[in-house]
Ligand binder design. Structure first.
Ligand SMILES: CC(C)(COP(=O)(O)OP(=O)(O)OC[C@H]1O[C@@H](n2cnc3c(N)ncnc32)[C@H](O)[C@@H]1OP(=O)(O)O)[C@@H](O)C(=O)NCCC(=O)NCCS
Length: 298
């Protein structure tokens, strides 16, 4: 299937968006259906090109009945072992999704975020089947729900399993919004009281950690539309404002204003973008997908 031309976020183009999924529930169903149809088409193409991987395409996509079921199966297939079997993890995911519809909405928005923001991603099936950052955030969404529901041992075992498989160490209590893109994901560490907003991109080897001298509320609060560059360390109970950018390798010890770019060790503000003219790429792509559902051009 030919890759579709789409707008890409550039370094000079701040994020600044809210998800359509959040603001326009009426579009969600059409969007989900078109996403699922598209994923199946991509899986059929992939099966034709790489029949040696047939079990992967069949089990993870083509023999599943919905986008959510397929996503749950894929993440569970990566996490399972002799202790936590595939049916056990699938069942836990289903309980979580049934109890909290926000988890399914976040899952859909996350895959859109990867497709939109990763220049290397040409098909939805790539994050869906292969990208461990996408799988890591879905595993976290499940462990977070288990944490909130008092299933502490199951939650902590799954979290340790996720860190083994995905090389991410995200405390189950950490809170994430929708549209999260964990690029590469290797080496990501997120502390217990960290909060991450919507539409946030986090590169590999990032720490959202404590300073070691604060108790209780001790981890960063990351606003929406933020980009955190590779290797950045954001330490302490500090706020990073909406649409801010943290340069690769920075050590951030003080609050970051909205729309600021910070860089260095310790990080300093190197620029602040104007508030007007903010791009809304997530809205755009969701609208495009929803429109495709109606005109039937995919
Ligand atoms: C933060 C970032 C987005 C800045 O991009 P930008 O807005 O185009 O900023 P500029 O390149 O104009 O740099 C602005 C200033 O910050 C400095 N700067 C930029 N990135 C820096 C970094 N990582 N560390 C230290 N200083 C940095 C520049 O040297 C420049 O300083 P000057 O004004 O004294 O010359 C980009 O540098 C960055 O770090 N992106 C993360 C990319 C990443 O993690 N890639 C990994 C992919 S696998």
């Amino acid at each position: 299937m030919a890759a579709r031309a789409r707008p890409r976020r550039t370094a000079s183009q701040p994020l600044g968006h809210q998800t359509l999924v959040a603001r326009c529930p009426g579009a969600v169903q059409a969007f989900t259906e078109v996403l699922w149809a598209r994923l199946r088409r991509e899986a059929e193409d992939a099966l034709e090109r790489a029949p040696i991987l047939a079990p992967l395409f069949l089990d993870s996509v083509l023999n599943q009945h919905s986008f959510e079921a397929a996503a749950i199966h894929r993440v569970a297939a990566r996490l399972r072992n002799d202790v936590v079997t595939l049916p056990l993890i699938v069942q836990a995911f289903n309980r979580a999704l049934e109890a909290d519809p926000e988890i399914a909405a976040a899952l859909r928005t996350d895959i859109i975020a990867v497709y939109e923001f990763d220049p290397a991603c040409e098909r939805f099936i790539e994050p869906f089947l292969y990208f461990k950052g996408f799988h890591a955030i879905q595993a976290h969404r499940l462990t977070h729900w288990l944490w909130l529901n008092g299933e502490r041992d199951f939650c902590e075992y799954l979290q340790s399993r996720a860190s083994e498989i995905f090389q991410t160490d995200i405390h189950p209590a950490a809170r994430f919004g929708r549209g999260i893109f964990l690029d590469h994901a290797t080496g990501l560490v997120v502390g217990e009281t960290a909060v991450v907003g919507d539409d946030v991109t986090i590169q590999q080897d990032v720490t959202l950690g404590g300073t070691g001298i604060q108790a209780a509320e001790r981890h960063p609060k990351i606003g929406s539309g933020v980009i955190v560059g590779a290797g950045a360390k954001i330490l302490g109970n500090i706020a990073v404002g909406d649409n801010a950018r943290v340069a690769a390798g920075s050590v951030v010890l003080r609050p970051v204003p909205a729309r600021a770019t910070v860089a260095g060790v310790p990080a300093r503000v190197v620029r602040i973008d104007a508030a007007d003219g903010m791009a809304r790429p997530m809205d755009q792509i969701l609208l495009d997908l929803a429109r495709e559902a109606f005109v039937g051009t995919i």
